[in-house]
Design a protein around this ligand. Structure first.
Ligand SMILES: [Zn+2]
Length: 363
């Protein structure tokens, strides 16, 4: 009895070691979105963000605990030198995302690392190159890089210069899908060259990529089935200035207002505004956006300024002014049950705020 028990345990141990010896199977669960404009990677569990200033480093803000930790595993690390992953990645990363138990990222800026995808563990250990991706990420303020399944979809740009005069000629851009398993790049769109970048990616909705494309006259909104690569135009009547996808809602700033497009139902609403929507937070409970450049004002030094204003959209097409100055304001980017998680405008640091506090209107 005793003997058979030991051999059974030995057997279990051998199976376990045998399984472990072949290497942990790769975990690709979840998805994440890198937002270039705010230098943040959003995922279900929290957000990875760049702290600004002299001591720049990457922090992970955990929604469950409400705390921020530097992306570093070294014991007693002061997070001040380039030996620390939180500091080193801050200076090297072009865009970063998380899938399962790893970070995947593209680096530029240092010739040694230029144009390469890497991966590392969640605590920054075991950095490994995956493959070359010889483009810089999209430079329009509203474009994102999406990490899903075992891919990263992003806009790749390449500045072109005249060979003889070395004068800048324009920017070639396309939407690319990088396979994080085999290190290969696939072009999802044709490459276009104009004076301005031709593409911006807004995110995934179901199995489709939602993005904008400049057709030489205006920026239109398109959708691409990621299996068949079939493209469909969603909005072509307006020149889209900025776009943001949140759940099934796409918000586009156009010349004379805001277009709210429900991707599920196809319903399109127009909201009249002056100025450009630079950010928004839109869910079932809260429909709010920041407008920049509405009416110029003169500050105390006599300079012309364009203040930012925060509005709430009320059903029926009305908008309600919440704040006219957001200097030290927290603007939400996520909701965790009843708590909103926002970004302070000056430091970019994530902070929780109750909906009630956020909605406190102008005196
Ligand atoms: Zn460190």
């Amino acid at each position: 009895m005793k003997k058979s028990c030991i051999s059974l345990m030995l057997c279990i141990a051998l199976i376990c070691f045998g399984g472990c010896g072949k290497g942990k199977s790769e975990d690709w669960t979840g998805s994440s979105v890198w937002n270039s404009g705010f230098s943040m990677c959003m995922m279900d569990e929290g957000v990875l963000y760049n702290s600004r200033g002299e001591d720049g480093k990457l922090f992970f803000y955990d929604y469950e605990t409400g705390t921020s930790m530097p992306l570093c595993a070294r014991a007693n690390c002061e997070h001040t030198s380039n030996d620390c992953m939180a500091v080193s990645l801050f200076s090297r990363v072009d865009f970063i995302g998380r899938l399962g138990d790893r970070w995947y990222y593209h680096t530029t800026g240092d010739s040694q690392y230029e144009g390469t995808f890497y991966q590392c563990d969640l605590n920054g250990e075991n950095e490994k190159p995956i493959g070359d991706f010889p483009y810089t990420s999209g430079t329009t303020g509203d474009t994102v890089s999406v990490f899903y399944e075992h891919y990263c979809v992003t806009v790749g740009e390449d500045l072109s210069f005249d060979e003889k005069t070395e004068e800048w000629e324009g920017v070639a851009s396309g939407i690319y899908r990088f396979d994080l398993k085999n290190g290969k790049t696939e072009a999802l769109t044709e490459e276009k060259e104009y004076a301005r970048p031709a593409y911006a990616v807004y995110g995934l909705w179901e199995n489709s990529l939602i993005y904008s494309e400049w057709n030489g006259e205006k920026r239109m909104i398109k959708r691409m089935d990621l299996d068949t690569k079939k493209q469909e135009v969603l909005l072509e009547d307006n020149d889209v200035l900025t776009g943001k996808l949140q759940g099934q809602t796409l918000l586009c700033s156009v010349e004379d207002g805001l277009i709210v497009l429900d991707l599920e139902t196809g319903k399109k609403e127009e909201v009249e505004t002056n100025g450009v929507a630079v950010d928004c937070f839109w869910d079932d409970q809260l429909k709010t956006f920041i407008i920049y450049g509405e009416e110029p004002e003169t500050d105390e030094n006599g300079y012309t300024i364009y203040p930012a204003r925060i509005y709430q959209y009320l059903d029926g097409g009305d908008v309600h002014l919440l704040k006219s100055d957001y200097e030290d304001f927290v603007f939400p980017f996520a909701r965790v049950e009843d708590t909103l998680i926002g970004r302070t405008v000056r430091s970019g640091k994530p902070e929780p705020i109750t909906q009630e506090d956020f909605l406190k209107v102008l005196p």
